[in-house]
Ligand binder design. Structure first.
Ligand code: COA
Ligand code: AMP
Length: 634
């Protein structure tokens, strides 16, 4: 018998305009759309054209007008600074309106870009919503990126203003942000006119006279701003994500489709209602943070938690249970790596026993493949459904999930269950022919993508087409490979490009190779993601040195490790590299990455028929064993 999921899914695919048009009725519009889906300029699609909306209004003001003004909107829980601060919807709206005024004072108008480079503090959320309020386009940059990465984003987005803070806190270490910001601005050619800096007491930033403004001073003088009326198709934000080169892709999100889709997912996917407490333990610098720390829970009228800490060490592996129990969290979302970290420190979940978790109903995992071990450990310890769901920065919300608000399907370990409504997922071969159930191929989505996804890349329609649309005409290429079984469960196996997932963070090995090649002694290099028990994958570098280089190899390795840290950032977790005489390649010169990876992970492999010289594989094995991989692995 059909269930609510089946009915909803079928409707969303057969009649997307009817379906999303009805869903959109649940949002606040200044003016309703003229057309739900505009497909007059394929392969570019626009949702809710002619509609007028404001994202910040839907996140805050709308709820205040509907009587939720005194409900908590945001709980800032920071074990690293021992702070707990709550904002009601009214309080948050007032701060946001003031911050929007501070932006207006600096000449920021609709369509201007504002870069936000901040740790997990409420001011980061206030900045995002403040931009949305006046139609400025925010671009949040994750704090763990180095100055050079920030500079690349500054040059692409050309922000009028940058908002930052004096420092972040990594467990017990204070990380000064301001020197990184100053360096990034120095490196960039599109310098912002002003920076607004939030001074934290742990590290006071030195201000650049004439350019930098203190957050508190800027807000003290500011006049609160009302929401401006925006077109549904106006951009809300740009979020840069790793591409296959050192130049990240600026994923654009528009206002209308984003409000519609994200608000709807709160019930359909996460099964939460207005008034429930929802917690995404991620960072505002990632898409999960944008969608599920900030926007979706506020659209739904939930209380969202902003957690400045780590799953372990702040102070211990029980902190997730403390937060869930103290704030009565109903549904939580994090990356599997966080649970691997907890499981490693507290394998029997002893620390859980200290807390009342009776209000807790679901755990959602995404960002990387959920290994069945970790998922089952979480199920057994928490005794709630643990839901793996699959999505990407580009998609903004889940492509596949066990949609808990529609129907709960039996879990198949290793699968994020079925395509979410709106997503027509197929598996195709390189010729774009659809494969049979169980056959592995490229996971693609038939166009149009649903609302809330990326309409294009920032000022780069060509790269958008090239990256996602050209290879499989009529489909969006997810760049994930996998299969769909005969019950329509989707299995996501691996990326088809050189993106790796390190602790749920998406990184480009191509970008790391670009950095390594800049070392004067390196003739050729490769970076691969190898299996890691905690982080899922970690990058390992292979260096072929220029002829005649006689320096100590360990010195060169130390230097390249530092180069990645300086240019990409600590988040790359690049700590291991080794010098090899040559790299295994095909006769046409392609590096045999898959084979090296299997050797590193100590897995069985076939000698590729196309290999130029099979003896190199023995050399690789030796080199990898020397740094703790291959045969050195159990
Ligand atoms: N600002 C500055 N530095 C940062 C940073 C930030 N916002 N976030 C991370 N870093 C640094 C860390 O301090 C670390 O530096 P180090 O090499 O000097 O130790 C490095 O970047 C790697 O950080 P991280 O990936 O967080 O690794 P970790 O070993 O400190 O912690 C986990 C491992 C699993 C606990 C951690 O990755 C985690 O909590 N993951 C949760 C998953 C998550 O948030 N995923 C996002 C998508 S849902
Ligand atoms: P990001 O853009 O950082 O969210 O990374 C997206 C990529 O992470 C996807 O293309 C997948 O490769 C991987 N990913 C995310 N969620 C899952 C999941 N549930 N299962 C398998 N892979 C996932």
């Amino acid at each position: 018998m059909a269930n609510l999921y089946d009915e909803t899914y079928e409707r969303s695919i057969k009649d997307p305009e009817g379906f999303w048009g009805e869903v959109a009725e649940d949002c606040h519009w200044y003016k309703k759309w003229d057309k739900v889906l505009d497909d007059s300029n394929k392969p570019f699609y626009k949702w809710f054209v002619g509609g007028q909306i404001n994202t910040c209004y839907n996140a805050l003001d709308y709820h205040i007008e509907n009587g939720l003004g005194n409900q908590d909107a945001l709980i800032y829980d920071s074990p690293v600074t021992d702070t707990l601060r709550k904002y009601t919807y009214t309080e948050l709206r007032d701060e946001v309106a003031k911050f929007a005024g501070a932006l207006v004072d600096q000449g920021v108008k609709k369509g201007d870009r504002v870069i936000i480079y901040m740790p997990m503090i409420p001011e980061a959320v206030i900045s995002m919503l403040g931009c949305a309020r006046i139609g400025a386009i925010h671009s949040v940059v994750f704090g763990g990126f180095a100055a050079k990465e920030l500079a690349t984003r500054i040059d692409d987005a050309k922000p009028k203003v940058i908002v930052s803070a004096s420092c972040g806190i990594e467990v017990k270490r204070v990380i000064p942000y301001k020197p990184l910001l100053d360096k990034a601005i120095e490196l960039s050619s599109a310098r912002p006119e002003k920076c607004i800096i939030y001074q934290r007491p742990m590290e006071e930033a030195t201000m650049v006279s004439g350019r930098d403004l203190d957050w508190n001073d800027a807000l003290a003088k500011a006049r609160p701003q009302d929401c401006v009326v925006l077109e549904a198709t106006d951009p809300l934000y740009i979020l840069y994500t790793s591409g296959t080169t050192g130049q990240p892709k600026g994923v654009v999100r528009d206002n209308g489709g984003h409000v519609v889709a994200l608000k709807w997912t709160m019930k359909a996917v996460y099964n939460v209602d207005q008034g429930d407490v929802y917690w995404a333990a991620s960072d505002v610098g990632w898409v999960v943070g944008h969608s599920y720390i900030v926007y979706a829970p506020l659209f739904k009228g939930c209380t969202t938690i902003l957690f400045e800490g780590k799953p372990v060490g702040t102070p211990d592996a029980g902190v997730f249970w403390r937060v869930i129990s103290q704030h009565k969290v109903r549904s939580m979302f994090t990356a599997p790596t966080a649970f691997r970290a907890i499981k490693r420190e507290d394998p029997r979940a002893e620390l859980m026993k200290d807390y009342d978790l009776s209000e807790f109903k679901y755990l959602f995992l995404a960002g990387e493949r959920s290994d069945p071990d970790t998922l089952q450990w979480a199920e057994k310890s928490l005794k709630v459904p643990v839901i793996d769901h699959w999505w990407q920065t580009e998609t903004g919300w889940a492509i596949a999930a066990n949609c808990e608000g529609l129907h709960h399907f039996p879990v198949k370990y290793g699968s994020p269950t079925k395509a979410a409504p709106g997503w027509d997922v197929r598996v195709v071969d390189p010729g774009c022919n659809e494969l049979k159930p169980g056959e592995i191929g490229a996971l693609v989505v038939k166009l149009p993508l649903p609302p809330g996804t990326l309409p294009t890349l920032w000022e780069n329609d060509e790269r958008y087409k090239e990256s996602y649309l050209n290879e499989f005409p009529g489909y969006y290429k997810t760049a994930d490979a996998g299969y769909i079984d005969d019950e329509k469960y989707i299995y996501v196996m691996s990326r088809t490009d050189d993106i790796i997932n390190v602790a749920g963070h998406r990184l480009s090995t191509g970008a790391m190779e670009e950095v390594l090649s800049d070392h004067p002694d390196v003739a050729e290099c490769a970076v691969l993601g190898v299996e890691d028990q905690l982080k899922g994958q970690i990058p390992v570098g292979f260096l072929v040195l220029n002829a005649g280089v006689s320096r100590d190899h360990s010195e060169i390795v130390k230097e390249v490790v530092q180069m990645i840290r300086d240019r990409i950032g600590p988040v790359a977790a690049f700590k291991t590299a080794t010098v090899v005489k040559r790299l295994p390649k095909t006769r046409s010169g392609k590096i045999l990455r898959g084979t090296i990876q299997k050797i590193a992970d100590n897995k069985e492999f076939n000698i590729p028929a196309t290999i130029d010289d099979p003896t190199i594989l023995g050399e690789m094995e030796e080199a990898l064993t020397g740094i703790g991989y291959a045969k050195a692995r159990k």
